[in-house]
Design a protein around this ligand. Sequence first.
Ligand code: HEM
Length: 216
Amino acid sequence: MKKGKTLYGLLACVTILFILSALVDNYIIDPGAEGFLSEKTGLKRELNLPVWLNVMYVHVAFACIAMASGLLNFYNRIFEKSRKFHRINGYVYLVSVLLVVLTSGYMAPYATGGEISSMGFNALNIIWPVITIVAFVQIKKKRIIRHRNWMIRSYAFCFTNMLIHLITSLFHQGFGLVYATSYTIGVYGSIVLLLVIPEVIIRTTGQSREVVVPHK
Ligand code: HEM
């Protein structure tokens, strides 16, 4: 119980700080994404800047909504107080994930690092919605523990951007690799970590017995 609370507190701090930094960075400090776009070299197709930027704004907005709504739905006290809020907020999360993936589908062909990075993003565009839909199917079948575990797997992907940038910085600034290569490593490294870390969390905090919770 205490372990769960500590983990949730840590998750809440990281998530809130990341949401704030994503909003400030992308809408206030660098709304033209000049820093990020300057690393795109040798693009195979021409990037329509106004369209790309607007898609990116929508992408970041729904990514932040997904992160916030997911965080709230993992908070036990809210779940215990109002099952209705949990349900509505769950649909907000589902729609947000689908919009993040849709906008990602537009941006993927122009990904930093070229075609290999694009392929990684396209894999993410399949993996994330599939995992999220599995989580929803589980709750439709009233399998609470499986729903919880699949939601942990789904929510992990909200940290894709954070992990990509952490891994990219490690390889670019730490090991001196060129930015584009570091970014590609970041894309694939984050896919692996985002599949592995939730399994560790499920095993350390998990419940093995399925329980059926009556609707409120
Ligand atoms: C949920 C948390 C996420 C946030 C806050 C987020 C945020 C961002 C931001 C700010 C950018 C602009 C470039 C940058 O500064 O990195 C971006 C680019 C992008 N994101 Fe996300 N993102 C998230 C999740 C995802 C996921 C899960 C996917 C894939 C399914 C994805 C796919 C993309 C793609 C394809 C790009 C363009 C990359 C490029 O041009 O190289 N994002 N994202």
